[in-house]
Design a binder for this molecule. Structure first.
Ligand code: FMN
Length: 185
């Protein structure tokens, strides 16, 4: 049974709200176990447990928060080179649009790649002119249905990939590629 960890940092609750939506999306996939952890409470065991990780950070100076960076440096550092091959993705809340939330996702993905994780973006449009190619991004808290669905879709896609690559459910890949709700005008 595939396992998904939603790991996040949040000072004022916005990224936390995204994290719960990401977890909700992951639960759409049958047979996937979902665990959600704030970085302050997370341990290396949580990461060892997971087949897939969604990592969410508030956009801080355009990059990952120091707490998450510290977690990867210090809590996981010793495991570097021994935990390759997990599937991973990113999400971020910034103060404003243009404030660097996608850049922050890229900085999260850089860290995840450095650990040998298989990172991905999502090609779906969850609303008119609304997508999540580098991860789910929001300014402030997720408010609109598109913003919420972007978070859910990220978690769902992570869980689908975990089911495909860890639980051998290869037929799901074709379903992702031909999913009718993938593109919206
Ligand atoms: C130290 C610090 C740095 C920040 N840097 C940025 C930034 O570069 N760009 C931006 O748009 N917002 C920035 N913000 C605002 C937060 O990204 C924003 O308020 C976010 O929604 C907070 O998420 P949270 O509620 O999960 O902590 C910064 C906030 C702090 C505290």
């Amino acid at each position: 049974m595939g396992k998904v960890l939603v790991l996040y940092d949040s000072r004022t609750g916005n990224t936390e709200k995204m994290a719960y939506l990401v977890a909700e999306g992951a639960k759409r996939v049958e047979g996937i176990e979902v665990r959600i952890k704030k970085v302050d409470d997370a341990t290396r065991e949580d990461v060892l447990w997971a087949d897939g990780l969604a990592v969410g950070s508030p956009t801080h100076m355009g990059i990952i928060s120091w707490k998450l960076k510290k977690f990867f440096d210090e809590e996981l550092g010793e495991l570097w080179g021994e935990i390759d091959g997990k599937i991973a993705c990113a999400f971020s809340s910034s103060g404003g649009w243009g404030g660097g939330n996608e850049v922050a996702c890229m900085s999260i993905l850089t860290v995840l790649m450095n650990f040998g994780f298989l990172v991905f973006g999502v090609t779906d449009y969850v609303g008119k002119k609304f997508t999540l190619h580098y991860g789910a991004v929001v300014a402030g808290e997720p408010r609109s249905e598109e913003e919420k669905e972007a978070c859910r879709r990220l978690g769902e896609r992570l869980a689908q990939y975990v089911a495909i690559f860890f639980d051998g459910k290869k037929e799901l890949l074709e379903r992702i590629r031909t999913f009718e709700g993938k593109f919206k005008d």
